[in-house]
Design a protein around this ligand. Sequence first.
Ligand SMILES: [Zn+2]
Length: 295
Amino acid sequence: MKCKICNSKNIKIVYCGKIRKGGLGKYTKQDVSMYQCQECQVIWHEQTEKNVEDYYESSAYRKSLEGGSEIDKFYELHDKETMAKFTYTGTECFRHKIVADIGCGGGAFLDFLKGVAKEIIAIEPSVQYREIMEQKGYYTYPYAIEAIKKWKDKIEVITSFDVIEHVEKPVQFLNEINQLLANDGKAIIGTPSDAPVMRAVLGEIYEKRLLFSTQHLWVFAEKNLKLMARQAGFTKIEVRHFQRYGLNNLIGWLKEQRACGEQNYFFVTNTMNEVWKAELSEKGIADYIVLYLEK
Ligand SMILES: [Zn+2]
């Protein structure tokens, strides 16, 4: 077996057992092996749905994840993620720009850019969501490759959050983004890390219940993300770490041994929470990684 990112043959199995299938609390029937390349650190499994593209285009995918794909349910779940996305992007890069979001779902993030961006391109495999975004006046495409004909070298800001870990060929995915990007454009790509603190304190409990899942084909780290970005043709590559979940979340996990969101514990102050997040981000051991790419 060879690493699909760096070709190294130095691969180890880091987990073997049931993994999450769809939303929380649902697991595979069979044990799944998680492999890690000892060279570039990428973690993956080979338990792919037979045809990944058909699967993401169907409502079965959203249903397995969120229990339904009705648009209001989507906004209810995803509007609250917008603040975090703006902490990764800032607000100043979007005004009067041609902007695309890849894997945008029902366009929760794009809706907040509508007032400032010049053009909005919504890239999303789900047919149902695309219809809704067409009605909003966005250019829509199921996959980035289909947008290349019209938008090659033209898009000034490309965002994509929580998508690359679902993609079978992540280098190709980044290369398509490279092709779409204008010469002075910027791509901002976010993906969950392996949450090293959670793995350190919870081990297989966290790995089985949350981290490893059939829908995430990969768990990336700074080293392999930078390598893939270079392979995809980017020359200016920066990585930043962000801690999404607070101290309340960790304590909830330790108490309940399962995901229970951000519980409010009376002894965890806002300051403690903010310091916790800032320290993990600073040390590069946070739960989210963002790539900043220019051609
Ligand atoms: Zn590797």
